[in-house]
Ligand binder design. Structure first.
Ligand SMILES: [Zn+2]
Length: 217
């Protein structure tokens, strides 16, 4: 009997059959919600739900196995362990690297401006802004380049990434559930979010300034 047949038989005879079906249905509804919603924050919530339900299904599947543990479940659990360790460690290592190479300082004024817990100013003349886990890093070069509204726009864009990364794990669950979400789609969602906070124009202007800066380099 192959693994797939075994899985089906195990599931059907399992006392956890109904929970598995319910979680799977929730998963499907979340995926559909994520695909059809036009609101980026709601889309993100659906995406999280889909990932979390997919993750809940893994142990349910595992415990509902009345036959021997299947080899692919073993492989998956080892993979999950390694992936979680990498997920938790890599932002810390990168932050340490940034401190060593550039140096950074927390900026409470910027934190209040976008209502994000941690915003750091990076000592770099090149305009840069990015999110690491739940923390935003923005370079002195970016602060020099943009006016207040544009600054708020790029920070709002990054705030979306902070929300998306609510915890390092939840933000990147796709590594465990293999549910695809393209970085392009996430960038568009972040732009939509920023446009709702400050309007479309400041973000467009900020992007143009950044592009022009790098073209004249
Ligand atoms: Zn982005």
């Amino acid at each position: 009997m192959n693994s797939i047949e075994c899985t089906i038989i195990c599931l059907k005879t399992s006392p956890l059959f109904i929970p598995t079906v319910l979680v799977s249905m929730g998963f499907l509804i979340s995926v559909i919600g994520y695909l059809i919603t036009k609101n980026s924050l709601i889309g993100l919530r659906f995406y999280w739900f889909a990932n979390i339900l997919a993750l809940i299904n893994a142990p349910i599947l595992f415990f509902s196995m009345s036959c021997d543990m299947l080899w692919f479940m073993k492989v998956y659990f080892i993979y999950a362990l390694v992936a979680i360790s990498v997920l938790l460690l890599s932002p810390m290592i990168y932050k340490f690297y940034l401190g060593r190479v550039y140096g950074y300082e927390e900026d409470e004024e910027l934190e209040r401006l976008v209502d994000v817990e941690k915003v750091y100013v990076l000592n770099s003349a090149l305009p840069k802004v990015f999110t690491l886990g739940r923390e935003i890093f923005i370079s002195t070069g970016m602060l020099d380049l943009l006016d207040n509204k544009e600054l708020k726009a790029v920070l709002a864009h990054e705030k979306f990434h902070v929300i998306q990364n609510a915890t390092p794990l939840v933000g990147r669950l796709k590594i465990l559930t293999f549910l695809p979400i393209s970085s392009e789609k996430l960038e568009n969602m972040a732009d939509d979010y920023a446009a709702r906070v400050v309007g479309k124009e400041p973000l467009k202007m900020a992007k143009r300034k950044i592009t022009e800066f790098y073209m004249s380099e």
